[in-house]
Ligand binder design. Structure first.
Ligand code: URA
Length: 178
């Protein structure tokens, strides 16, 4: 295991770690051109130790597969399950930023997909996911290197509302061209 994965797994910078079963770092795919960043593990991910393997994750993975997108490195803005699936706070996002940037630095992807509002905030420091989804934004890593961010709606939101489902699927289809 990479030393930094071990360090991330031992992280206790914020109080999220006290409630979570484990730190869920990534799907361990390091040879990828795309990085997919969600919000935080849910209860299924917390148990299984892999991001996006619960119901909304399966929907996201199926959508990616049906457009032959991948392999992708999949991770989250916060690596620990927030109790009751609440939205991570700005402080928790900040504490976890080092792990997100280290993964970006390892992979140097062509594009980073910000899945939902928390990932958009973590990667670009701004809100407005419904307005910004489907646009190509620019941000920079801790070394000041520019990278492209493609924000999309969260699959959990897409599963709740038909109109969001359409937008979600449209954006995933576009990812193949980026
Ligand atoms: N939602 C997320 O944002 N990430 C996961 O890993 C699971 C659900």
């Amino acid at each position: 295991m990479m030393p930094l994965v071990q360090q991330a797994k031992a992280c206790a910078l914020c109080s999220l770690r006290r409630h979570a079963s484990q730190v869920v770092v990534s799907n361990d795919v390091w040879d990828a051109r795309i990085v997919i960043v969600g919000e935080a593990p849910g209860p299924v991910e917390d148990r299984r130790g892999e991001p996006f393997v619960g119901p909304s994750g399966q929907y996201l993975r199926q959508a990616l597969q049906s457009h032959e997108i991948g392999p992708a490195h999949i991770t989250n803005t916060c690596l620990c399950y927030p109790p009751g699936c609440r939205t991570p706070t700005r402080y928790e996002i900040l504490c976890c930023k080092r792990w997100l940037h280290w993964q970006i630095d390892m992979i140097k992807p062509d594009v980073i997909v910000a899945v939902g509002g928390t990932a958009l905030r973590g990667l670009c420091g701004k809100g407005g996911i419904v307005r910004l989804r489907g646009k190509i934004l620019e941000s920079e890593d801790v070394r000041g290197r520019a990278y492209r961010v493609f924000p999309i709606l969260h699959p959990a939101a897409a599963l709740r509302r038909e109109e969001w489902k359409e937008l979600f699927e449209r954006d995933i289809a576009r990812l193949g061209d980026l």
